[in-house]
Design a binder for this molecule. Structure first.
Ligand SMILES: Cc1ncc(Cc2c([C@H](C)O)sc(CCOP(=O)(O)OP(=O)(O)O)c2C)c(N)n1
Ligand SMILES: [Mg+2]
Length: 543
């Protein structure tokens, strides 16, 4: 019989985990010992638990399976809460494994170190940011409990919580039996598919809008093939930026309402049927829109439900729906699009001695990708994320909805741990929070490229409240610090220096490259400028 620790590790692998991120502590040391000595899964320790969660989240997004975060009880687990909250909001299936006191400690009569209100406060807090929880305190039930929560994580594409008391690590248990995922009722799926196809046939200008769930449920290619078969144009949401990379024949660009390309916004807002596959109906996706929640013109397939008009099909997984639509659909030639209903991305940066503007960074990266091939990207919150909208459609992991800062660099370290080489976009404010995790790259031989937008400012706050002095940050000279934490750093102030630094970074392997781009306070990307203008107009309309 396996021990509970090895049965859990085998189950994680069985459910698609490929690596573990974590920070040990005394309540999880015995489990970490098994992680290290079993060699069952590669593991990466980082410096601060928020980064553990961001790295596991981003690795899960790029792998399309579960991410794993292992932390100690109390101080470690509570540090992790915000990044798991972000994973919940962004539908990332991260498995939290948190150490906990053993049975005898719980009844010792003492207040335990790391304990808060009660010994179970940690479980209570994680119930709010995970879809399923298990406490492994009984060898007889632990395997089934593990199977239950891991299936929930995959079916709902949401984080789950496993509490692992430290006196249970060597308990003998049965192996974990993986549970089959629950499919849709075939009749409901057929009826729903035919109803949608009937609406498409009657529509004059149907359009498909896609978002993160088509990646989480592994149906990107199937959605692109269905759009081609039905002759439908596809746009991604802000959160869904980077989806369907390479399917440029169907993807017109990213819908951003009043902040986006006017021709592309018209494609969605003037459509008489908007098919939303895997879309999170959030304010960041649609706050600058006017009619995206009108049930008469929308079909919304998300969270294992399909809403058509004013009625809902329940427990209908997205993958089953896409397969049903494909099975019932007959081919249709591409519907005509008006001129200009597609994004044009800036290229051919004038690499001169001129000062750099944020949108120049997008142009320089487009040129870099044309020269060396696209790179997977991560981005933090700030103008770097709006600038990313001006980079040709490339795989991207960013907190587009939850909008929590600190994601970009640890997420990039997580993506690098999966074996990819990411390009990380981050502002100086967000870098101050978690950028130092780059110091963990050296021992794992990771070499991400980091483009740091240094405007010495919380610029995204300044655009909404320019009168506030607290948005002024000091210049931390980040590039100078890079060598002391194992990387290469360069500060650039002209477009020519930027282009050269990007080329040099691509050629430099074996250590992270930090390109600190100096930007004037008050300068924003074209996209953020449009977003602010659209946001203010939308706020006026609501008065
Ligand atoms: C964890 C956290 N804290 C605070 C915020 C609020 C906030 C923003 C959003 C609105 O909530 S944007 C922003 C400033 C970002 O500064 P920087 O990284 O330098 O990027 P840029 O200068 O491009 O703005 C803050 C503080 C946040 N989103 N997440
Ligand atoms: Mg800034």
């Amino acid at each position: 019989m396996p021990t509970l620790a090895t049965a859990l590790l085998d189950a994680l692998k069985d459910h698609g985990a490929k690596e573990i991120f974590g920070i040990p502590g005394d309540f999880v040391l015995p489990f970490f010992k098994v992680i290290e000595e079993s060699g069952s899964l590669p593991y990466f320790t980082l410096s601060h638990e928020p980064a553990v969660g961001f790295a596991a989240d981003a690795a899960s997004r790029y792998r399309g399976g579960i991410g794993v975060a292992v932390v100690t009880y109390g101080a470690g687990a509570f540090n992790l809460v915000n990044s798991i909250a972000g994973a919940y909001a962004e539908r990332s299936p991260v498995v939290v494994i948190a150490g906990a006191p053993g049975a005898r400690e719980r009844t010792s009569g003492y207040l335990l170190h790391h304990q808060v209100r009660t010994v179970d406060t940690q479980l209570a807090v994680f119930k709010e940011v995970t879809c399923a929880q298990a406490v492994l305190n009984d060898p007889a039930t632990a395997p089934a409990e593990i199977a239950r929560v891991l299936r929930s994580s995959l079916e709902l594409s949401l984080p789950v919580y496993i509490e692992f008391p430290r006196d249970m690590v060597d308990a003998k248990v049965e192996p974990v039996e993986k549970l089959p995922q629950r499919a849709a009722d075939p009749g409901a799926c057929a009826e729903c598919s035919e109803e949608i196809l009937d609406r498409i046939a009657k529509a004059k200008s149907p359009v498909v809008v896609v978002d993160v769930e088509i990646r989480r449920y592994g149906v990107e290619k199937q959605v692109a093939a269905l759009a081609r078969k039905l002759g439908l144009p596809v746009v991604t949401t802000f959160m869904g930026r980077g989806l369907l990379e390479g399917d440029d024949d169907v993807v017109a660009g990213t819908y951003m309402g009043a902040a986006g390309d006017p021709g592309l916004s018209a494609l969605v807002e003037e459509s008489d049927l908007v098919l939303m596959f895997g879309v999170i109906l959030s304010d960041t996706n649609f706050a600058l829109s006017t009619n995206m929640t009108d049930p008469r013109r929308t079909v919304l397939a998300t969270g294992r439900e399909v809403q058509i008009g004013h009625h809902v099909y329940r427990d209908l997984p997205l993958a089953d729906l896409i397969a049903g639509l494909d099975a019932h659909a007959t081919a249709h030639p591409p519907r005509p699009r008006n001129a200009g209903q597609g994004m044009v991305y800036p290229r051919k940066l004038v690499a001169d001695s001129g000062a750099i503007a944020p949108s120049d960074i997008a142009t320089a990266i487009n040129d870099l990708f044309d020269k060396h091939g696209k790179m997977p990207m991560t981005a933090d919150i700030g103008d770097c994320l709006f600038t990313a909208m001006e980079i040709d459609n490339t795989a991207l992991a960013a907190p587009g909805y939850y909008a929590g800062m600190g994601f970009g660099v640890p997420a990039g370290v997580g993506v690098a741990a999966t074996g990819l080489r990411p390009l990380i976009l981050v502002g100086d404010g967000a870098f101050q929070m978690t950028g130092w995790e780059l110091g963990n790259c050296k021992r794992y031989g990771l070499d991400p490229i980091v483009v740091l937008f240094n405007n010495c400012s919380w610029e995204m706050l300044r655009v909404f409240q320019p009168e506030s002095k607290f948005n002024d940050l000091d210049d931390w000279h980040f590039a100078d610090i890079a060598p002391s934490i194992g990387g290469h750093g360069v500060r650039v102030t002209t477009r020519a220096e930027l282009a050269a630094a990007l080329d040099a970074a691509v050629a430099r392997r074996g250590q992270f490259s930090l390109i600190e781009v100096m930007l004037p306070r008050g300068a924003t990307s074209h996209t953020l400028a449009r977003f602010v203008k659209g946001f203010k107009a939308a706020r006026e309309r609501m008065k």
